[in-house]
Every structure is written in C-alpha cells, then in structure tokens.
Design a protein around this ligand. Structure first.
Ligand code: UDP
Length: 322
C-alpha cells in the first residue's frame, strides 16, 4: 500500500506518517513548509519507505505511480496562523482539497479529509454531535479556516456522491503533543512554553471558555480506525474531557512546578466559548475512545518542550490574537 500524506511535516501529519510506516505502508509526504517543519520528519531521513516532496497542494498535485490512499492534512491550524495566512488557509482548504480529491479520483485512492471542530463555530449545542450544523461567522478572523473546512467537507461529499470517490471525514478537536511549534500560539503549547520559561501565563478573556484536549496518540489511533472503517459522513475525533482555560492553566502550572503568574489578555474575536465532542458515533463505528488522560499526555508534551529548551530552541510565545 502506498499513501500520500499532505501536511506531512506538520504536527499531526508527521505523527500520522510515523504510524502509517509502522503499519507497513509506503508513505509519500508532501508539505510546503509554511507552518510545517522538516525537523518533524528528520528522523525519517534514512527510512526506505518514506519520500518527501516540498509542494503547495493548493497547486496541481503531480504524483507519479499508483496511490492507495490520501490523508489530506495540509493546512495552517492555529488561530494566529489564520490571521497571518488568511488567503493560504482558504486556498489549501478549498483548492488544496479539490486537488487532493482530483488525485484520489485519478488514482482510485481512498481519501481521508482532516476536518475540524471549527465547523461548529461558537457552538449553540453542547457537546457537539456530528448532526449539529454549527454557528460560524463567515467573515470573522477565524472564518477563513472554518469556511474553508466547511467547503472541504462539502466538496469531499460531492466527490463521493458524484464520482464515487471513497472518502472519510474526521472532525478533529483540540489535539496536543510533541512536535507542536513552541510559537504555535495555541493554548497548550503557549502555557507550557510560558511555564517553562517563567513567563506570565496568558489567559485570554476570563478563562471560563472551555476546550477538550486529546493527546496525539489517541487522535492518530482514531484517524487510523476511521480510514479503515466504512463510513462517509463526518466523524468527531477528540477527547470529551472538558476543561476551562483557567483549569488548564492550573494543571500546566502544577505539572511544570512553575511559579509563573496568570496574566489576563483580551479574548480573541469569535473565540468559541465552549467545545466538547460528542464521540458516541466514533465509539460505535470505530470502537474507539481516547485513553490518555490530560496529566499523562501533558507530562509527555512537557518533556518534549523541556528537550527543546535544553537545546535553546524555545522561542518566546506570541502576542495575544485578541
Ligand atoms: N488561549 C489562552 N491563552 C493562550 C492561547 C489560547 O487563553 O495563550 C485560549 C483561547 O482564547 C481559546 C483557547 O485557549 O479560548 C484555545 O485556544 P487555541 O488557540 O489553542 O485553539 P482554538 O480551540 O481556539 O482553536
């Protein structure tokens, strides 16, 4: 089996590539490296079943030879990226997904789309089941990501229905683990980097907004099972264990034994107030649920950032997106 992973040098793409290689696949990785990093795949340099092509999938994708599967994971995925890269975010979700689907059709390959909990926007239903259509501001700062992924889901279903392409859609909720960028801007990486550096922990708003954090190994297991299951409608993949951002700050401070103080910052525009996946569909069709509790997953993630710190590779966290 030979598969293409778009976004292979990213946080999730690189972990997924590792798993696919372990499963015995030949993997072609593709990334334009605007948010991905070659460091994430440096350990695969001498791996005979891995190849890498630097390419922007928003442009026509040319892959010689056969392909059995495509994992379409290429996209900026952090709110600060959407602000810096709004057009690229829209293009990769729309044009990139169109190109990936065209390639899947041409190669008769199965395609799994990495979609997102952001399709639910600032949700009015809690927790969020797949049947909820969402509450998205199309023209706000997050709209470039949310709407691109909503379009990506729509065109994926259209290729499935019109062209018979064998598709899967994973709605991925907040995920954390090694290989997140230290300056990624997301809450888990920000809080860990700040705690390790003794900088203030930047809590946006009053910190009462909630998120539910999935450790990367659980997420990849869910993606693997979804790829192998026979379901074309979207499936939530995430951890339903919900925390307020204030609670997360306390957990990170305790886990790092840090003396950092909390610092209130403005709440970013359209920041969802709650988020928690309803994973009953994944439980029934994938026989999957997350196993790694937050304290354990954070322990692994903190160790990763400590290692970067020891190498002098921890950058100061970015400013508020508010
Ligand atoms: N957040 C925060 N401080 C930070 C970074 C994020 O309080 O330094 C908050 C942010 O406002 C949001 C939550 O943490 O409510 C999760 O933000 P993240 O950027 O990780 O992802 P999102 O789930 O919003 O896409």
């Amino acid at each position: 089996m030979r598969v293409l992973v778009t976004g292979a040098a990213g946080f999730l793409g690189s972990h997924l590539t590792d798993r696919l290689l372990q499963e015995g696949f030949s993997v072609l990785g593709m990334d334009n490296l605007i948010t991905g990093s070659l460091e994430n795949i440096a350990h695969l340099e001498n791996e005979p079943h891995f190849d890498f092509i630097e390419h922007d999938v928003s442009k026509y994708i040319d892959v010689p030879g056969g392909l059995d599967g495509i994992f379409h994971f290429a996209s900026p995925a952090s709110p600060i990226d959407y602000l810096e890269l709004p057009i690229q975010t829209l293009k990769v979700g729309a044009l990139g997904t169109h190109n990936a689907l065209g390639l899947a059709k041409a190669k008769d390959a199965r395609l799994l789309l990495a979609s997102t909990s952001e399709v639910y926007g600032d949700p009015l239903v809690h927790p969020q089941p797949e049947s909820y259509w969402g509450n998205v501001n199309p023209i706000g700062p997050r709209g470039v990501y949310d709407e691109a992924k909503r379009f990506a889901e729509a065109i994926t279903m259209a290729y499935h229905r019109c062209h018979g392409v064998d598709t899967r859609i994973a709605r991925i909720f907040n995920t954390y683990g090694s290989r997140m960028r230290p300056n990624d801007g997301r809450v888990v990486s920000n809080f860990i980097v700040q705690a390790l550096s003794g900088e203030p922990i930047t809590v946006y708003g009053d910190g009462s907004q909630s998120r539910s954090f999935c450790y990367v190994s659980d997420l990849i297991e869910g993606i693997w099972r979804l790829f192998n299951a026979d379901i074309h409608n979207p499936v939530n993949v995430g951890n339903p264990d919900e925390y307020t951002i204030r609670q997360l700050a306390d957990v990170v401070l305790a886990a790092t034994s840090s003396g950092s103080k909390l610092e209130a910052m403005p709440l970013p525009i359209d920041d969802p107030m709650v988020r928690k996946p309803d994973i009953s569909l994944a439980a029934s069709v994938l026989d999957w649920k997350p196993e790694v509790v937050l304290e354990v997953g954070l322990g692994h993630t903190i160790a990763y950032f400590q290692e970067l710190q020891a190498r002098g590779a921890l950058k100061t966290s970015p400013e508020s997106t508010g």
